[in-house]
Design a protein around this ligand. Sequence first.
Ligand code: MN
Ligand code: ZN
Length: 501
Amino acid sequence: MSAKFEITFAKSVRLSGGLAILLKDIDNELPAGAAIADPANVFAKAARIARYSAKGLNALDIVAPEGSPADRIFVIGGGKVADLNAHDWLKLGGAAAARIKNVEKVAIFLDTPGAEASGKAAADFALGMLLRAYSFDTYKTKKNDDEDKASSKSVKVTIVVANASAAKKVFSDSEAIASGVNLARELVNEPPNVLGPVEFAAKAKELEKLGVEVEILTEREMRRLGMGALLGVAQGSVRPPRLAIMQWKGAKAKDKPVAFIGKGVVFDTGGISIKPAAGMEDMKGDMGGAAAVTGLMHTLAARQAKVNAIGVIGLVENMPDGNAQRPGDIVTSMSGQTIEIINTDAEGRLVLSDALWYTNDRFKPQFMINLATLTGAIMVALGNLHAGLFSNDDQLANQLTAAGLTTNERLWRMPLGRDYDKLIDSKFADMKNTGGRNGGSITAAQFLKRFVQETPWAHLDIAGTAMGSIQDEINQSWGSGFGVRLLDELVRANYESGSEN
Ligand code: MN
Ligand code: ZN
């Protein structure tokens, strides 16, 4: 973890030294807070000389401004502030956070004419700051001077906004969201020698502190349940598999739960169908789905969401070994359906097949959403700007797509259908675990669909978005935490007691 912000909200502030961050609407002469931070109107002269325009995220840095009680003024452009959406406010917060270095206290003035008064905008701005502040430096023993100073102390941030008490209320949820996203990022970033299935399960267990009920199934228990598909993947590794089941009970006991299932392949060599060496180190992120589910459960519990939610993650390592599974093997899944292994690198769907069946069978949820870094083919199709969305239910698919537009974790719906399904029929078993190169993301989804029965279900292929994603104002981390904000928004908008549906 890195720079820590202690964020508070206030109606007004008394400045003495430190950094003042002012937000400027493109149509206003002066930025917000100018009367307090810049009584001598140094801004006007600096803006003229720098030919400053307050277009989105344009910045102007004024050091040691004459007549100001602040040591430094940083003006950030908001464009037309009245038109900003939630994601714009996040980006502004992230851009501001990037400027906070070597300073102990910061006052941020957000009240511009036209800025909405609910407090949501200020809370979103603050969320953007928390998301930007995350960086993974656990294993760097040497830090440069800048980082040393920034990370040793937390920075006191006061956000000055008219409706401070409303902002503060919304922000308690934002903190829950940020900690869930940052947990997911951390799990993806951790190296595979440190984070094996057992260690990951222990991380899930830590959610008990927040009131989540956590069960961890061992290999023996999974064998008793007949999870031959998941166990077949795990058998090539000396590290035993785990299945973690997390339950958050935030609604009435009779309310059907919603369920989230994650692929947690802590490292994927491909197994006997081994991957090429180049880039294989990235396969430490093949547990991005499980990380997102764990981060989401953290967020739902931390903000006391009024929903019953289940998180199930299948944790295995896919290794080549004397005991590894072979192409040609036939395994029997918990559902009773048999699977011919064609390619041992198509292991994620095997792990998920048993996790999905188990979740459906035990909890009878309203819906199941699984997340998985499942196929390289989804990156060929969508790059890393959209995750692939596959679903047997239009309402669920539409709710997910809408949530993705709100959080800017964008989804693109891909097809499913009988003719694709045929491509995974096997000569020797009920199905085979790959359908060939063409349409590889779709046949992977068809495979999963055979384990969900009639339950509304969506599969998110996050291979392009969970890791190595584009770095932007609110994310500087290799592991992006993709999916946590998306699914929190899905629940918030549609599935909490009191939310419209
Ligand atoms: Mn694989
Ligand atoms: Zn994999």
